[in-house]
Design a protein around this ligand. Structure first.
Ligand code: NI
Length: 182
């Protein structure tokens, strides 16, 4: 499993570097890494494991956070109490999105950011992504609400964007009234 110390800090240059398209088939190492990233996220969201392995809870991880400047990310989302679903998005593209904006009431966090950043991050309430799965099969997925926030956060990482880049430090709660809090 990936250790917390394997995840790069926000100051690392990989997080701002350009990311290349992934070529298929994936190597055995890449497949293993993807599995390990998902495992980390799963355990991090279950209190007893998070405590045991000293993990900060997180829903998503993108390749640059692992020091790999390639276009893929993973999300492990609790769809309902205790029910987790894994998402792997390779060479993703956001092809459409809602006009409606939402933001996470508690702000966003990132496994590469070890500090609280106050403020709200505007995200589309719904978005459709295309991409490829771990076997190179094309996929199309429509995400909404919390999962949509996670996808947009990870998608940003593939473009060198951190969540706090969307926050105006002079007015961190700007335009709050024009968005729906979730
Ligand atoms: Ni992040």
């Amino acid at each position: 499993m990936i250790k917390t110390s394997d995840i790069l800090d926000e100051k690392d240059k990989h997080l701002r570097a350009p990311n290349k398209d992934v070529t298929f088939p994936l190597s055995k190492e890449r497949k293993k890494l993807i599995k390990d990233m998902l495992e980390h996220l799963y355990y991090s969201q279950i209190d007893k494991y998070a405590e045991k392995y000293n993990l900060r809870p997180g829903m998503g991880l993108a390749a640059p956070q692992m020091g790999i400047n390639e276009k893929f990310f993973v999300v492990c989302h609790e769809e309902s109490e205790g029910n987790f679903n894994d998402y792997v998005m390779i060479n993703p593209k956001m092809i459409s999105h809602s006009e409606e904006l939402i933001y996470a009431s508690e702000g966003e966090g990132c496994l590469s950011v070890n500090r609280d950043v106050p403020g709200i991050v505007p995200r589309y309430a719904r978005a459709t992504f295309t991409g490829f799965d771990i076997d190179g099969k094309p996929i199309k997925i429509r995400v909404r609400e919390e999962l949509a926030i996670a996808f947009q956060h990870e998608y940003d990482h593939l473009h060198g964007i951190m969540f706090y880049d969307h926050i105006d430090p002079k007015d961190p709660y700007k335009n709050k009234d024009y968005m729906r809090e979730i």
